[in-house]
Design a protein around this ligand. Structure first.
Ligand code: AVI
Length: 330
């Protein structure tokens, strides 16, 4: 792509600006984790969800499959379902099937990626009583859009699955829940998937699997910068590292420079030097405690009515209902 064309693409400009900002930080260099999920990164993430060491997604799906009827019991008839991040639709199917057994349902997957929305539509297209309306928007813009479409008497069920909330800093996660609540009315519901604290060796294996899929997922971020911003990262000069930060109760993914090296990123108009051993922090995956989630929900104006916990992999599905009062943000 010629530079003049590139300048006309706001997404690419934002990507270039954030790469430049993150890599010019003094101290810890960073890259935003959202950029892990291009077409190749999303495909690699799908493989991660199948790895025996990464039990998170299977736990999420088991809980949804098992408790979909209980979720329904909490919801009055006439439900609109909005999902933040469309995923593959595999887990959502259980909820939609259960709802479709009692009423016509409209499902709004919300995702900035058109290809993710298309995949989700393909996966769920066979469900008779479900209309799928994909919204190519940010989570909160999409949710505000769904809220504006609701008719009187309709209840909104928001799905935020897969512990994506864990990829936010804790304060940002709290703020985000509050923002979700602002789009809802009392009685609306949020189903929130959260990965729980577990043994550190298990966590390290989940994020540094022996088959090297997570390694490829992490390194693809540099490959993406090469592809889209014309950079010259030599992937072999970086190694994947997963660390557990006890104080923050999170896994951090890093890319460690194996040598002193200089990389140029033409479309970000930037050259970056790495020392041997220096890392780029690419993702944070926070782990939660059950009481902490109840507290976060309450601070955001929800009551956590039920928490279902998987018996094989410590993961919780939290069913939260919007309260009458929205507390002010801290
Ligand atoms: C998407 N997200 C919930 C995953 C996680 O576990 O935090 C992303 C991931 N990164 C490496 N493996 C999985």
């Amino acid at each position: 792509m010629a530079p003049s064309q590139v300048l006309r693409s706001p997404n690419l400009m934002a990507f270039a600006a954030q790469v430049r900002e993150g890599l010019s930080k003094h101290g810890q260099k960073e890259l935003p984790s959202i950029y892990l999920y291009d077409q190749i990164g999303s495909a690699l993430f799908e493989v991660i969800t199948l790895l025996p060491e990464y039990g998170l997604t299977r736990a999420d799906e088991r809980l949804i499959q098992r408790y979909a009827p209980d979720i329904l019991e909490h919801l009055s008839p006439s439900v609109l379902v909005a999902e933040l991040g469309s995923g593959t639709g595999r887990k959502t199917r259980w909820i939609l099937e259960a709802l479709a057994g009692r009423e016509q349902v409209t499902y709004f997957p919300i995702d900035i990626s058109p290809s993710a929305l298309e995949k989700c539509r393909q996966e769920l297209s066979g469900l008779g009583a479900v209309s799928i309306v994909g919204l190519e928007k940010s989570y909160l813009e999409g949710l505000a859009d769904v809220a504006a479409r609701r008719r009187p008497g309709q209840t909104l069920l928001v799905l935020f699955l897969g512990s994506t909330i864990g990829n936010f800093e804790r304060a940002a996660a709290q703020y985000f829940l509050h923002e979700i609540r602002q789009c809802l009315i009392p009685g609306d519901a949020l189903l929130l998937g959260t990965d729980l604290e577990k043994s550190i060796p298990d966590l390290l294996l989940a994020y540094d699997d022996p088959a090297g899929v997570t390694r490829a997922f992490n390194l693809n971020l540099l490959a993406r910068i090469n592809r889209e911003l014309g950079a010259n990262f030599v992937l072999r000069n970086f190694e994947h590292e997963a660390r557990y930060k006890k104080r923050d109760r999170r896994i951090e993914m890093h890319l460690r420079s194996r040598c002193r090296q200089t990389v140029s990123i033409p479309l970000a108009d930037f050259t970056c030097t790495f020392q041997k051993g220096e890392t780029i922090w690419t993702e944070a995956c926070h782990k939660f405690r059950l009481d902490e989630i109840r507290h976060m929900a309450q601070q955001a104006g929800f009551t956590c009515k039920t928490q279902w916990v998987d018996s094989e992999w410590a993961f919780a599905e939290n069913f939260c209902v919007a309260e009458n009062r929205v507390p002010p943000t801290a």
